[in-house]
Design a protein around this ligand. Sequence first.
Ligand code: ADP
Ligand code: GLC
Length: 476
Amino acid sequence: MTRVLFVVSECAPLIKTGGLADVAGALPIALAACGDEVRTLLPGYRSVLPKLGKTKVIETYDNLFGGPAKLRACKVAGLDLLVIDAPHLFDRDGGLYGDQSGDDWPDNPERFAALSYVAAKIAKSGVGKWMPDIVHGHDWQAGLTPEYMQTLGADVPFVFTVHNIAFHGNTSGDRLIGLGLDSARFHADHFEFWGQISALKAALMGAAKITTVSQTYAEELLTPEFGMGMEGVLRHRQSDLVGIVNGIDKDIWDPATDPNITPYTTPSGKAANKKALQKTFGLGQSDGPLCVLVSRLTEQKGIDMLLAALPALLDQGGQLALLGSGDPRLEVVVLEAAETYENMSVKIGYNEALSHQMIAGGDVILVPSRFEPCGLTQLYGLRYGTLPLVALTGGLADTVINASPAALATNVATGLQFFPITTRALANAFARLGALYVQPKIWKGMQRNAMKQPVGWETSAAEFHAIYASLSKAGD
Ligand code: ADP
Ligand code: GLC
C-alpha cells in the first residue's frame, strides 16, 4: 500500500473545466482498488467550499502568499480531500484560472505556488498522522512542488503527469522572491526557462517519474511540433517518461444505468435516444449519421477545420449537434454556422446532463483535435456505441481502431481516424463515414466492438500503482 498525495487544480464532481478534473475524480478510486491510499490537495475556490459539507480544519497558515489560510479535510464522493481555504487567493467570482473576460488572474503564480507550497509542507510534515510516500502533481499548477520540497527538505519522490503541455505556468524572473523560490536554483537545470520562471519545467526537472496521458502523446511530446518548446527538456528526461492512457468512470458513463438517458445495453437501444436528441436540438429526421461534439471551444479542438469540412457531412444527409463553450470568438463562429446550415444545431454552455444525452443519442462522436493528449469523449462514445471519428493524434490514435479495409475484414474496427489533420482529410473521412453508415451490418458490428472496449481505469491504475511501489521502495 502506498500513500499518495495528489496535487491538482480541479477535481470532479466538485470543480471542472476539462478532463483533468475527471482524472482527478476517478483515478484515486481506481487506485484504492489496487490498495493505495490517495488524498487530494485542491484549491478552495468560491464554488467548492459550500459543496464540502462538514470539514475539519487540520492546519492553519498565518501568511500563505499574502493572507491567512486554513487547510480543511473532508470526504466527498469517495475522495479524501484536503482543501486550501485561502480567501485572498481563491474566493472570487469568475473562472478557476481567469476572470469573466477570459484573462488570466494576475496572481496565478502566487495562487498555484500556494497549492504547491502546501503540498510540499504536507510532504515534509504530513497531516495529522498521515504521511505521503509519494507526491503526485498534475499539470503546471502543481509544478513548483518539487522546488518547495527541496527548500523544506522533504525527501519524498515526486511523480508528475502532463495532461496538456500547452500550458507552462511561466512568470517573470522578478517574482522569484515573492514566490519564495531559491534564487540559486534559477537556472536551466531547474526551473528557469528562457529567462522566466516556469512551473512546468520545475516539475519536469524535479520529477522522479513523468507520466503523460497516452503513449502516442509521450512520443509526440519529444517533437517540436507537439512539445511546445518543452521538447528539449522532455528529451533530457526521456528515460523517465511514460505514457499511461486515461480511463473513464464506468459507473458515471454506463448506458445501461445512465439516469440522463433511455438506458440500453445493445446498439439498437440508441434509437429512442437519437430521436430525443434530435428534438432537443431542433433537428428533423434524416437518413444520414447524427454526429455530436462536446468540447471546450479552443484552437486545440479543430472546430474551424470541422466547419470547413462540414458540407461533406451535411450534403449526404448527415447532421451535427454541438455543445461547447470557451473562446468567445469560436462561440460566435459556431452559432453563425448553425444559422447557415439547417442540419447543424448548437448549444453554447456547459451542461453535464446534455453531454450524456448527446453521447447516447449520437451515431458518431467527433473529435477533430489538432492535438489531443488523451481525450475522454471518444472513450464515452466507445462505451455508448457512438462511433468516434477522430484525428490521428495523441490518445485519439491509441484508443480508436480505424475502419481500414484490414480492420473491417477482421471485424475489429471501432471508429474512423483521419490524417493528416487537415480539412481535406476530415472531409474524406466524412465521405468514408457516409459509406459505412449505409451498411447496417458493418455499422452494427463496429458498434458492438466499440461497446466491448476496455475503457475503464483498471489497467492504467495498476500501472500507477506499480510506479508508486517502485519509487517508494527505492526511497526506503
Ligand atoms: P479537455 O480536457 O482537453 O477539455 P477531454 O476530452 O479530456 O478534453 O475532457 C473534456 C471533458 O469535459 C469531458 O468530460 C467532456 O464531456 C467535458 N465537457 C467539455 N465541454 C463540455 C460542455 N460544454 N458541457 C459538458 N461537458 C463538457
Ligand atoms: C487535457 C487534455 C486531454 C486529456 C485531459 C485529461 O485537458 O487536453 O486530452 O484527456 O487533459 O488527461
